[in-house]
Design a protein around this ligand. Structure first.
Ligand code: SAM
Length: 178
C-alpha cells in the first residue's frame, strides 16, 4: 500500500487550518521512510489527533491501534484513516490507563509511536517498554523539548534499549528494544 499524497496533504491542511498540532513535513518524511524500511505489522500510537501520522504509520499495511483523548479529533481521524485505507482501531481514552490495560492484556507491538502530552510521557514509560516486542521500536516525538527531558534520560539510560536521537525540528528518538 502506498501513501496518497493528495489525501495526506488534505489532512495536513485541515490540521493547520484548525490549529491541530501534528508532526511537521520533515518529520513526516522521516517517519514514512522508517515505515517503508521496517514495515511494522502491529503499531501502537499514543496521540491520534486527526490521523495524519496514523496514515503514515499504517501506510505499509500494518495494523494501527491509536489512542486519543479528544472525541472531536477522533471523528475526523476515523474519516481520514478510512479514506486512506488504513487498518485501524481508535481507543478513546487517556493513554496512561489505556496503555496499562494493553499491558495487562498481553498486547505486543512492532512499533510504539509516542506523541501526546509531553509532560505525561514518563507516566507511560514502562508501559511502552512492556508493549514493544523484542527488536521492535519506540519512536518518541518532541524528544528535545524541555518537558521530555526526563523521558529522554530514561530512554538513553535504559540498558533494555538502544536509543538514537534524530535532530529534526524539536527531535525524535528511535529506541530499539534488545
Ligand atoms: C501532538 S497531537 C498528535 C499528533 C499526531 N500524532 C500527528 O502527528 O498527526 C497530541 C494528541 O494527543 C492527545 N492527547 C493529549 N493528552 C492525551 C492523553 N493523556 N491520552 C491520549 N491522548 C492525549 C491530544 O488530544 C492531541 O490530539
Amino acid at each position: 500500500m502506498n501513501i496518497n499524497d493528495k489525501h495526506l496533504e488534505e489532512v495536513r491542511r485541515d490540521a493547520i487550518n484548525n490549529a491541530v498540532p501534528i508532526i511537521k513535513k520533515p518529520k513526516a518524511a522521516w517517519l514514512l521512510q522508517f515505515i517503508q524500511q521496517h514495515k511494522p505489522v502491529k503499531i501502537l500510537e499514543l496521540g491520534t489527533a486527526i490521523g495524519y501520522s496514523g496514515i503514515i504509520l499504517g501506510s505499509e499495511g500494518g495494523y494501527l491501534t491509536t489512542i486519543e483523548l479528544s472525541h472531536k479529533e477522533i471523528q475526523k481521524a476515523r474519516k481520514y484513516l478510512r479514506k486512506a485505507g488504513t487498518k485501524f482501531t481508535i481507543i478513546y481514552g487517556d493513554a496512561i490507563p489505556q496503555t496499562k490495560l494493553l499491558v495487562e492484556e498481553g498486547k505486543k507491538y512492532d512499533l510504539v509511536f509516542v506523541d501526546f502530552m509531553n509532560s505525561q510521557y514518563c507516566d507511560v514509560y514502562e508501559n511502552c517498554v512492556a508493549l514493544v516486542k523484542q527488536n521492535g521500536f519506540i519512536i518518541t516525538d518532541n524528544i528535545n523539548h524541555d518537558h521530555s527531558k526526563e523521558f529522554k534520560e530514561k530512554l538513553t539510560d535504559d540498558s533494555r534499549l538502544e536509543t538514537e536521537i534524530i535532530d529534526i525540528g524539536d527531535g525524535m528518538s528511535v529506541s530499539r528494544k534488545n
